[in-house]
Design a protein around this ligand. Structure first.
Ligand code: PMV
Length: 333
């Protein structure tokens, strides 16, 4: 059966950086994110067929590279094994935003692919199982199954059976939250997050300190999400981003994703917060130089205006918090 699913990217406020199991994609720490609205969306249609000799993948209207196809096939192998079937699949995938530019396209891609592929092959999964499956494609994809605020539980079991995401708050509860995104470079990143996190966990002397300090920030953010209190979590969001990029820089060779514009944005956000005497905005950066500035509806315009006056920014987008994975009637082929 041909099946189409849509999923949105999520942007973490407490980050995943480092795995305890590479094959199963089990992280070293819990992470928390907000799922974005449909401006950061992937649509994916999957159809399995006895007639195909290999998996076929199109991304944004073009035949995928061998590397992209290999990654998708490895993921589909997990789905085939779950279903006890051997058929190959045809997949069409469309992103509404530049892929691999630190805008978390792997999260929306694998969340949409997990939902479409599992249904297309005939297996019924609940959200927890779907999250665990999406995790096998890309760790952060486990969180995009749900809308709103989401926590990915690292779990402790070797088989990964306790490693999946859970919803913390609905998107309606966080309808006033905004992510003002400044694209400072829309090209594909040079070091993939998989490679970057391997280098960090193997070589950074500061990495163990990150793992012990992240627990405190997780607790603060969880509480702030429960209380619907942006200012409570804003300092922890910025510390968390600084901490992750610090262990990246502490790695050998150093893993550097931020550029000079990213640092100028950091300074501007600090100045803005100082001018109010409280944190009205919080920056966070993933494995890329693009800034995600979380703020509230009230300060969205002011943050955007600051960015509009800066050099080195290609595009500014304002995202709201959005919904989780969903199935669509209309197919891409
Ligand atoms: O799952 P990946 O390979 O997209 O890794 C994502 C890692 C970060 O975006 C840097 C942090 C996170 O938790 O999303």
């Amino acid at each position: 059966m041909k099946t189409t699913a849509a999923a949105n990217a999520n942007i973490a406020v407490i980050k995943y950086w480092g795995r305890r199991n590479e094959e199963l994609i089990l992280p070293n720490n819990n992470s928390i994110s907000f799922t974005m609205d449909s401006q950061l969306e992937t649509l994916t249609t999957v159809e399995f067929s006895e007639k195909l000799k290999r998996d076929e993948l199109d991304i944004d209207g073009k035949t995928a590279t061998e590397k992209e196809l290999k990654r998708a096939s490895k993921f589909l192998d997990v789905v085939r094994k779950m279903a006890g079937k051997k058929m190959f699949a045809k997949i069409d995938s469309i992103n509404t935003f530049p892929k691999a530019a630190g805008l978390a396209s792997s999260a929306s891609s694998f969340a949409a692919m997990a939902a479409a592929a599992s249904k297309a092959i005939g297996i019924r999964l609940n959200e927890k199982e779907l999250s665990a499956l999406a995790r096998r494609g890309s760790g952060s994809a486990s969180r995009s199954i749900y809308g709103g605020a989401v926590e990915w539980l690292a779990g402790v079991k070797d088989d990964g059976s306790d490693c999946y995401a859970v919803p913390l708050a609905s998107y309606e509860k966080w309808k006033d939250l905004r992510n003002v995104i400044a694209i400072t470079n829309s090209h594909e990143k040079k070091v993939s997050s998989t490679d970057g996190m391997k280098i960090t966990t193997r070589t950074s002397p500061l990495y163990p300190a990150r793992l012990s300090s992240v627990e405190k920030r997780l607790a603060v953010v969880r509480e702030a999400i429960k209380e619907n209190d942006f200012e409570m979590m804003a300092p922890a969001i910025m510390q968390e981003s600084n901490n992750m990029h610090a262990v990246m820089l502490d790695s050998t060779p150093p893993v550097i994703y931020l550029n000079s514009t990213s640092f100028k944005i950091i300074e501007k956000v600090i100045e803005l917060n100082d001018s109010y005497g409280r944190p009205v905005a919080a920056y966070t950066f993933d494995a890329g130089p693009n800034a995600h500035i979380y703020t509230t509806k009230k300060y969205e315009k002011e943050v955007s205006e600051i960015l509009e006056h800066m050099n080195g920014i290609e595009k500014i987008m304002v995202c709201k918090v959005g919904e989780g994975v969903r199935y669509l009637e209309k197919h891409l082929f």
